[in-house]
Design a protein around this ligand. Structure first.
Ligand code: 6R9
Length: 651
């Protein structure tokens, strides 16, 4: 992969080389990925077969017969004196720097502590932690001993956490006493206590292991949260462990982690990622997409509770031996210059964030980034939602001073790593386009009705339709925890022979991709994937709500905002207090990050005669597109549309 190492200049030759290598990777995927797996990962035992299985049964296997450990690849093989992590806490002067040697020893100690408490290979350990180095190290410690981590974003409520602990049948939860964000302290251990009181299978939980942010071995003071019998203080336990823990030789297809994500219906899905393919894909995409060079300080400011944090805060940068910058706070704390200040102070070379943050910071004006020395930057990354050309330009010109590459990386929890992205110095950039597929990714645009690959462009010369992939890639998820049928139903049955992303795309005459958005009932709010069904069930959990319908509305900064319509149970009346309570219900059922911008109380909902809610009409109403409501004659009660238009206009 020496291609990506040249930056700048931009050169036609490099682009041609990309096209050639891309073609080879599609024509002969086994050779391409077999070579990549040998180049990027150290195997304890070489694999016998590159790829087996396929989409039809969802039985894809990569690098079978191979044995490896991802924590070994991420830690042991690098120079112990190099910096592995730079962490900046909520307060800008709260900084920790850890070398590869220090991280390895601590990961070993944590691994030994988990083993001591009975964690075995294959057990699922739920991690509910703030963005502190111990979070990354706990993930790596699980991987080291063959336990499967399930990180739950610390913004989720006790209810949502409990649901995920139960679904995974976790015996162990690892948490911290508190998290800090924007000057506020969040009692995470208290939330875990709360989650466990709500669990049906409470008996499954054996231990809650607690990192203490302000732990002091000298002090005999008891911790500032309620300790239960099952609780274990992590710091003193870890302190007495041996600093070496042999890495378990994992099969390539042994589970590495699960991560819950929202879908269009029902409970969140626990997507399962396995070891070998994920390691190869995380390593390679990080190196190639971000043009990693020795000595780089790579900053992805996503939270480890999401896939971006898994692949591009923890695994990708560490597999490459670079320095990963980890960030606990928000882009506007203590002021709107926080990101630029960090880039200047730590000489960050790659900076990776979401369009919502760019749009937010853009609003504060060019003067703020201009005050800082950002000359260390080479690559600026965008992820999570489409980036509008205006924000792209601001990122490129004002932050990158027209000297950096902006990589617009399109991918999903399910794909493990980037699947469509430009490559620095190689791919021409078009603002708003994630450009061309990564090596080995066979993208197709399908007709939504026939499911066939589009062959004729539309009147603008573009191919617009369903974004799908034609063949397996190593980073793909392998199943939904405990429900393989659901995995097949969601991803492989809608368009037989293809992996269905759930997104709509427009591909231009040059083959460049512009992602339009989700086709399913999934919203994208500030880069977070939220199912309309989840918010609806959080509202219905309140006794006042008989039925609810939720839609996303375009929002200048957040991408989309949540708009909810609620029909009340007999005996309840609309009031500001009730609206407040409904917001509280969403906060306690899912988490504060899902707070609806709009809650409309309605006497009924636009439904078909067969009882299906027509969200399409609600979407048009909240967007003010009342001239294009379409056919409303199939509604059981068409007059409700007028009532809703009036109500929304008044709000
Ligand atoms: C990595 C991540 C996945 C959904 C995906 C799509 C949207 C992500 C994007 C993008 C346009 C990009 N998405 N990256 N849309 N351009 N560069 O975000 O994973 O949380 O699973 O969300 O996000 O709609 O289907 P996840």
């Amino acid at each position: 992969m020496s291609l990506a190492k040249v930056f700048p200049p931009k050169s036609e030759i490099l682009f041609e080389q990309y096209q050639k290598l891309y073609r080879q990777s599609i024509e002969n995927p086994k050779e391409f990925w077999g070579n990549a797996a040998k180049e990027h990962v150290d195997w304890f035992r070489p694999f016998d077969k590159v790829l087996d299985g396929g989409f039809e049964h969802g039985d894809v296997r990569w690098f079978e017969g191979g044995k490896l450990n991802i924590s070994y690849n991420a830690l042991d093989r690098h120079n112990p004196n190099d910096l592995a992590l730079i962490w900046e806490g909520d307060e800008p002067d709260d900084i920790r720097k850890l070398t590869y040697g220090e991280v390895l020893r601590k990961v070993c100690k944590i691994g030994n502590a988990l083993l001591r408490k009975g964690v075995q290979k294959g057990d699922i350990v739920t991690i509910y932690m703030p963005m502190i180095p111990e979070l990354a190290m706990t993930m790596l410690a699980c991987a080291r001993i063959g336990a499967v981590h399930s990180v739950v974003f610390a913004g989720f409520s006790a209810e949502a956490l409990g649901q995920r602990i139960s679904a995974a049948k976790s015996k162990i939860v690892v948490t911290a006493d508190v998290g800090r964000r924007g000057g506020k302290t969040i009692g995470l251990k208290d939330i875990v206590n709360d989650a466990l009181t709500k669990l049906d299978c409470n008996s499954v939980i054996e231990h809650v292991m607690v990192w203490e942010r302000f732990y002091n071995a000298e002090s005999s003071a008891s911790p500032p949260y309620e300790m239960k019998d099952r609780d274990i203080r992590m710091d003193p336990l870890v302190a007495v462990q041996r600093p070496y823990c042999p890495p378990v030789h994992m099969d390539s297809e042994d589970n590495l982690f699960i991560l819950y994500t929202s879908g269009s219906t029902g409970n969140p899905k626990g997507l399962v990622h396995t070891t070998g393919g994920y390691a190869v894909y995380a390593k390679m995409t990080t190196q190639v997409t971000f043009d990693l060079q020795p000595g780089d300080v790579f900053a992805c400011v996503a939270d480890c509770g999401w896939i971006t944090g898994h692949t591009y805060v923890v695994y990708g940068p560490l597999l490459n031996g670079s320095t990963s910058f980890m960030f606990e706070s928000t882009p506007v704390y203590p002021n709107e210059g926080r990101y630029w200040d960090m880039i200047q102070r730590h000489k960050i070379t790659q900076f990776y964030t979401a369009p919502t943050a760019i749009r937010l910071l853009m609003r504060y004006g060019d003067e703020i980034p201009k005050k800082y020395d950002l000359s260390s930057l080479r690559v600026l990354g965008s992820v999570g939602e489409p980036i509008n050309p205006e924000a792209w330009r601001w990122y490129y010109e004002v932050v990158g001073r027209s000297k950096c590459t902006v990589v617009d990386t399109y991918w999903q929890t399910e794909t493990g790593g980037h699947i469509i992205t430009n490559l620095p110095g190689i791919t021409p950039m078009k603002p708003g386009s994630c450009t061309l597929p990564f090596y080995g990714i066979d993208t197709v645009v399908l007709c939504p009705t026939t499911g066939k690959e589009l062959t004729e462009p539309d009147e603008n010369g573009n191919f617009q339709g369903v974004m799908a992939l034609k063949s397996p890639w190593p980073g793909m998820a392998r199943t939904c925890l405990g429900d393989h049928e659901r995995f097949l139903t969601v991803y492989f049955k809608p368009y037989p022979g293809y992996y269905f992303t759930g997104d709509t795309v427009s591909r231009d005459k040059d083959g460049f991709h512009f992602i339009i958005g989700r086709m399913d009932d999934v919203m994208n709010v500030s880069g977070h994937r939220i199912g309309t069904a989840e918010v609806e069930s959080a509202l219905v959990a309140h006794p006042a709500v008989a039925q609810a319908a939720v839609v996303g509305k375009p929002h200048e900064i957040k991408g989309q905002s949540i708009c909810a319509f609620a029909m009340l149970t007999a005996g309840y009346e609309e009031s500001p207090e009730l609206i407040k309570e409904l917001r509280g219900s969403v906060r306690s059922e899912i988490g504060g990050f899902c707070n609806p911008d709009l809650i409309v109380i309605t006497p009924s909902l636009p439904m078909t005669r067969s009882g299906k809610i027509m969200r399409r009409i609600l979407r048009k109403i909240v967007c003010g597109e009342i001239d294009s409501l379409g056919d409303t004659s199939t509604l059981a009660d068409p007059s409700i549309v007028e009532t809703l238009i009036e109500k929304v206009e008044k709000l």
